[in-house]
Design a protein around this ligand. Structure first.
Ligand code: NZQ
Ligand code: ZN
Length: 392
């Protein structure tokens, strides 16, 4: 197990921390572009509080509102243009993963004269690898992606229905202000999708890592168990700040890189889901929930030991042998039961997707995420037929 780990994002966590926004932004620039989504931060009062804090610190600001879920490259271009015209030197991302992702890519696009889509990866390829970006301060309002402290961003090209990611060092936010109070207004369904998303970040690592990583396994199991304990509480009572706090911390830890170190993980479920949401604009967490149990059943056949460990340590199912397939499958069934218990979909039909375009989804996924052998990278790797069969 060899690795390097460096996550440079300064983290300010806890209820009430939004009040620090102004002083933090003032450390990085004089005029901020505040990037927001479709209006939730204005309805909740979060936007006004953020503006108040900036004004108190003497920071000027311009706005780019209307970042859509599954953010589009045209929105990135629009935001970068506003930032340039307004002379902004720092970006504040105030919203969910979509807003934060769009803001990160805007921050690099401001300093790049070419087409920002050139930054988005296609498999191993990236036309332009950005090395610089304006400083970004993230203020998540939804617990899900972990985008607040990682260097990833996922963007959709609406003209080609391709959704893919970037992950370069310059996309690490300078500071993340993570205030669980801001998530009190998230509706039940989005809260549940966030729980699915964060758990899937962990299961992708757990099942697609190299193995022989006992500490990472225990970290992962701790995050999954915590999300399964506190997620339903946050869904049942959205105003439960303690539950919101635990879920938000779990979401952040699930994808800030710490759980992933040394595992050489892959994210096949994510790559397939990105294709589904590019075509059908489904909520990311709902798309993941719809396919993750099926992917697990596919993968368990070649790596039963990982799934037996999961069944035993997460659900207390006692195996008869380290590769007891019956135990592995029971664990997956129990996981699927959990997803259903929080009203998350476990089939494509539940998210309104039929089987007419399954081969297109496989082709599009491979277009952006194929490995050197032409397969979808994962453990196991999936060929076109595997993807189609799994989705069916
Ligand atoms: O747009 P607004 O009005 O803000 O409403 C949003 C949106 O409708 C709403 N919402 C957010 N905060 C709220 C709220 N509603 C009430 N109160 C609040 N406090 O929730 C809806 C969904 O928002 P969105 O940002 O789309 O959700 P999420 O955080 O799940 O982000 C999903 C996006 O992130 C990408 C996904 O692919 C998807 O595009 N991902 C980014 C990753 C990363 N950067 O590391 C990793 C993930 O795996 C994922 O792929
Ligand atoms: Zn995700």
């Amino acid at each position: 197990m060899n690795f390097e780990f460096h996550n440079p994002t300064r983290l300010i966590f806890g209820a009430g921390s939004l009040s620090k926004l102004g002083e933090v932004v003032a450390e990085h620039g004089k005029k901020a572009l505040i990037v927001t989504g479709g209006g939730s931060v204005k309805r909740s009062g979060t936007f006004d509080r953020a503006v108040e804090s900036l004004k108190d610190a003497g920071v000027l600001f311009a706005q780019c509102s209307g970042v859509e879920p599954n953010p589009r490259i045209s929105t990135v271009v629009r935001g970068a243009n506003i930032a340039r015209e307004e002379g902004c030197d720092v970006i504040v991302a105030l919203g969910g993963g979509s807003t934060m992702d769009a803001a990160k890519v805007m921050a690099a696009a401001v300093l790049y004269d070419g087409d920002p889509w050139n930054m988005i990866r296609h498999g191993q390829d990236q036309v332009y690898t950005p090395a610089k970006a304006l400083p970004v301060i993230t203020v998540p309002t939804l617990a899900a992606t972990g985008s607040e402290t990682n260097c990833g961003a996922v963007i959709t090209n609406e003209e080609t229905s391709v959704k893919s990611f970037v992950a370069d060092k310059c996309f690490y936010p300078r500071v993340a202000i993570v205030d669980p109070e801001l998530t009190l207004s998230v509706p039940k369904n989005q809260t549940a999708y966030g729980v699915c998303d964060l758990i899937t970040h962990v299961t992708e690592t757990y099942f697609n890592g190299i193995g022989g990583t006992p500490i990472q396994d225990r970290f992962a199991e701790g995050v999954i168990l915590t999300a399964m304990e506190w997620g339903p509480k946050a869904i049942a009572d959205g105003k439960n700040l303690e539950a919101r706090t635990q879920v938000q911390w779990a979401a952040l830890v699930a994808l800030n890189g710490w759980l992933q170190v040394g595992t050489d993980y892959r994210m096949p479920v994510h790559m397939i889901e990105h294709t589904l949401s590019a075509h059908h604009d489904v909520a990311h967490g709902a798309g993941l929930s719809a396919i993750n149990p099926s992917w697990m059943r596919f993968a368990a056949k070649s790596r039963p030991e990982r799934f037996v460990q999961f069944a035993q340590r997460i659900f207390g199912i006692v195996p008869k042998a380290p590769d007891d397939m019956d135990c592995a499958m029971k664990g997956i069934d129990r996981f699927e039961d959990f997803l259903r218990s929080i009203d998350c979909p476990t089939s494509l039909s539940e998210i309104g997707i039929g089987d007419e375009l399954l081969s297109r989804y496989a082709d599009d996924t491979l277009l952006v995420a194929k490995d050197e052998n032409g397969n979808l990278s994962g453990r196991p790797a999936m060929n076109r037929d595997d993807i189609i069969e799994m989705l069916r």
